[in-house]
Design a protein around this ligand. Sequence first.
Ligand code: TXA
Ligand code: MG
Length: 355
Amino acid sequence: MKTSYKDVQLKQPDASHPIIQKAAQVLRQGGVVAIPTETVYGLAADATSTEAVRRIFEAKGRPADNPLIVHIANRSQLDGWIGKLDQQTEALMDRFWPGPLTLVLPLKGERISPLVSAGLSSVAVRMPAHPVALSVIQACGKPLAAPSANLSGRPSPTCATHVKQDLDGRIDLLVDGGSCEVGLESTVLACTSDKIELLRPGAVTLDELNEAGFEVQTDNEITEAHEQQSEGPRSPGMKYKHYAPAGDLVLVVSKQFENTKAWIETKLSAAAKQGLRCGVLTYSERVYNYDTDLVLTLGSIHEPQAWARRLYDSLRAFDQAGIEKIYVEACPAQGVGYAVLNRLYKAAQNNIVLL
Ligand code: TXA
Ligand code: MG
């Protein structure tokens, strides 16, 4: 199969734009289409068609027990498959939709394919804040299931080139909307009981939720190295190897930058003696501290949103350069840094050094 790809960047299209119409037509016929969202690119299919949803799992190589997020363009699209919402859930939607917040809600009836929710009695839903994503959903007229448009286990795609690296020839169409503004996935909250529970930290921060008056229960182990061995994550996707580059990634966690620097320098010289190609992921203020094959930055140490925007592109850039050992300076867990750190823990798996 050849992926159809138009080398045109769409920013502010309406539903009548020819590329949006083409995407809607492919989706209505049961195809899979990569579309930009404000967080990362998604691989979309008609959530009401089991055949179409099956093609998402095939294209990504995604385990069937990892459920998908359904994307909608307006709340009336929830009719018939979501039960009555409580006030708190409605208030979350009022405050954060459209935007990078996914809500896990009780599933009702059989309108959505059971593959989407992996047989669970709940379903994850979000209304993206991206004109292309919203136009495609509107033009297609169906709720769209869409996981991140990467091969399972790889860093999420934040531009059309990343999607092509992973999925060219495996999908029907790629709509290029330029680089994603946020660069990190949505925050996932469970709204299936009286409490609101954090299942995946993401673009909407805990501070933003608290400031808006929502009390969110968090699992303090969410950024801990041993999370995978604990009783098991509630969001099925969190248990898999995730966000990982091909090179071996080591995450260095320390409050003292001097310790981090000294530790990494020792490792770099040892690895260089073995002839390994090495990389360091640091911050713009510290970029001149290292001398190795590839030194990249997540932006300024004072700018958490830059870390989110640049994380996945940096991980992929190490792969493109054939880097075998990647040393990453952990970011502070402030603001969206909490979610960035969560992804770094997952990418590192057990390669975490606490200094
Ligand atoms: O920003 C995003 O959320 C992007 C864009 C494309 O919207 N999508 C995305 O999807 O990150 P994906 O499939 O890569 O991650 C979805 C996460 C997984 O961790 C999955 O396990 C969890 O949401 N999830 C989905 N349905 C769930 C459910 N019913 N209960 C608990 N967790 C669920
Ligand atoms: Mg994903």
